[in-house]
Design a protein around this ligand. Structure first.
Ligand SMILES: *Cc1c(COP(=O)(O)O)cnc(C)c1O
Length: 348
């Protein structure tokens, strides 16, 4: 294997990061009299539009530095969409063929983004079979299976190196409450929550980590029951909630979990867009809904402080789904009661 090729590949991945700015931490407006500040870390502004840009960078570096990826290696992964978009971008940066194995229900916007970056898409009917299909496909072509659901938690340097947790805490340093009471995230691979939870402990901070989980996902039930054997039907909120407990989900660093109805996620997503003027994805709605429940609980307890959550991706990818009233109706999702809850929460 050519060390010179690997060295050049690592340089290209690092140079991509070096050309990029850090992502913004926006203030989400709440009544000042509450003494509680809410922040949104905007991961939609990465070059490939989601927090999966960080994950794809880490998985490629991990593969390169482990000697798993070299010149001409076909790279394969199982994905519900956003990870494959970012991985296709990095594969093209390195001149490597990339194949994404995805459920047939993946949005057409995402499939065309993968094709835009030169990736190939392999659709399967049964979402539960993506892992084995991807592994077998990689083996049959002598390629490398990135396996995001196994390696997300370990490919990222949780002690620092400007990971998402270190970035958030340094951006918080001049705020009225620089050490958050809560950080709220969803789990897809579980990698983001693992990185944040570990970093909070490593930095000896009292900040608590809340993971929000959509209807139909296995994470919530397994966290409550302490069993990883749980399987469920999956999730309608793209990017988060899984039909099985993924190996990258690290339950021991999660202080609390909240299960969020899909209609509440959609209500919060649309409300976020109207308040901030930014189109956000549905998993951002799930996170915002959870964050507001914690804000309400802090108010009820007479506490002040800060809460941080994420804009995981933008809303442009979901024009035909979460932003379409016809789609919501066909899915039997009615956000109206939850919109009323949000209005009541903010006017109280
Ligand atoms: C992947 C993803 C998440 C969750 O991140 P993980 O680190 O994989 O748990 C949240 N929202 C969106 C849109 C995602 O694509």
């Amino acid at each position: 294997m050519s060390r010179a090729w690997v060295a050049e590949a690592v340089r290209r991945v690092e140079a991509d990061a070096n050309r990029s700015a850090d992502t913004h931490l926006h203030v989400f407006p709440l009544p000042p009299s509450w003494g509680i500040d809410l922040y949104l870390k905007d991961e939609s502004v990465h070059p490939t539009g989601s927090l999966k840009h960080r994950l794809a960078r880490s998985l490629f570096l991990y593969g390169l530095c482990n000697g798993w990826i070299s010149s001409g290696t076909t790279v394969v992964d199982a994905s519900s969409g956003s990870t494959a978009v970012s991985e296709a971008y990095f594969a093209r940066l390195l001149g490597l063929p990339f194949i994404a194995v995805m459920p047939a229900a993946t949005s057409v916007e995402k499939i065309s983004l993968i094709a835009f970056y030169g990736g190939e898409v392999h659709l399967v009917d049964d979402p539960a079979s993506v892992y084995e299909e991807a592994r077998a496909l990689a083996e049959s072509v002598g390629g490398h299976y990135l396996d995001q659901f196994t390696y997300a938690e370990r490919a990222t340097d949780w002690r620092g190196n400007n990971n998402i947790a270190e970035s958030i805490l340094s951006q918080m340093s001049r705020e009225p409450h620089p050490v958050p009471a809560w950080v709220v995230v969803g789990a897809g691979t579980g990698g983001t929550s693992a990185t944040i939870g570990r970093y909070l402990r490593y930095q000896q901070l009292p900040t608590q980590l809340c993971v929000v989980d959509p209807e139909g996902s296995a994470f919530y039930e397994s966290w409550v029951s302490g069993s990883s054997a749980v399987t469920a039907c999956g999730s309608r909120i793209e990017g988060i909630g899984r039909p099985r407990v993924e190996p990258s989900f690290v339950p021991g660093v999660v202080d609390r979990m909240l299960q969020v109805p899909d209609a509440a996620s959609i209500a919060a997503m649309r409300w976020c867009s109207s308040v901030t003027g930014r189109l956000v994805g549905a998993s951002t709605g799930t996170s915002l809904w959870g964050a507001l429940q914690l804000v309400a609980a802090m108010r009820a307890a007479g506490e002040q402080g800060s809460v941080v959550t994420l804009i995981c991706d933008g809303g442009e990818r979901y024009a035909h789904t979460y932003y379409s009233d016809a789609w919501l109706e066909a899915q039997g999702i009615d956000p109206a009661p939850y919109v009323a809850d949000l209005e009541a929460l903010l006017s109280s």
